[in-house]
Write a protein that binds this ligand. Structure first.
Ligand code: ZN
Length: 177
């Protein structure tokens, strides 16, 4: 890897020093509520020229690393290839009970046969297909907290994020991305 003066590589997770997540680790917050980190990034970091304080550099690092992560869960249809795409299938009629387990069926790998299986599922005809990348969550975030939480749950499965996630584990997932 080419190292330049803009290169930033943290050695430990970042602890928020103020705000509603004060005392919490940013890496763990990212996997539990990526919308919060994207909000900070979009509003306070992305367009600032001088990203020279620790907070700015670290937030940018988290977003960059997260966006380069690839899903590792195997496609539920063929059980052979890693999942690559998902079709939105959030139901407003049952917004509190949308099941992540059910939602996994709306994901598929690079194989067109698996894509075809998803096409035949209820609501798949009218849904949008996205690549399974973290920046997509920022794109599809809505005012509905149930919907946002549903997609965060789905992504935890796609990327095999452990249920008991420590700040160190969250940091390492991003570091190794
Ligand atoms: Zn497949």
């Amino acid at each position: 890897m080419f190292l330049n003066e803009n290169h930033y590589e943290p050695i430990e997770p970042y602890i928020f020093k103020s705000g509603k997540n004060e005392g919490k680790y940013a890496e763990k917050v990212f996997f539990d509520n990526p919308y919060f980190i994207f909000y900070i990034y979009n509003n306070f970091i992305q367009n600032y020229q001088n990203q020279n304080n620790e907070f700015q550099k670290h937030m940018k690092w988290i977003v960059d690393r997260a966006n380069s992560l690839n899903p590792t869960m195997l496609c539920t249809h063929c059980q052979k290839n890693p999942v690559r795409f998902f079709a939105t299938n959030f139901s407003y009629n049952d917004s509190e009970h949308n099941s992540v387990q059910e939602g996994l069926r709306y994901s598929f790998c690079n194989n067109s046969k698996c894509k075809d299986k998803v096409r035949t599922l209820p609501t798949a005809q009218i849904s949008t297909v996205y690549p399974i990348k973290y920046f997509v969550l920022d794109k599809i975030s809505t005012a509905n907290p149930f919907e946002n939480r549903y997609y965060v749950g789905l992504f935890k499965k796609f990327f095999k994020i452990p249920a008991k996630l420590t700040p160190e584990k969250a940091f390492n997932i991003l570091f190794d991305a």
